[in-house]
Unconditional design. Structure first.
Length: 37
């Protein structure tokens, strides 16, 4: 496949929620759940 970039469902959900909420407090509150290193 040419498109080798696979976005995990959790990340896709995160981006969707971030777009829906679009506010920094929500982002700061939920960031740790999604940005797992």
């Amino acid at each position: 496949m040419e498109n080798s970039t696979i976005i995990p469902k959790s990340s896709l959900d995160f981006l969707t929620h971030l777009k829906e909420n679009n506010n920094k407090p929500w982002f700061e509150a939920n960031k740790p759940k999604y940005l797992i290193e």
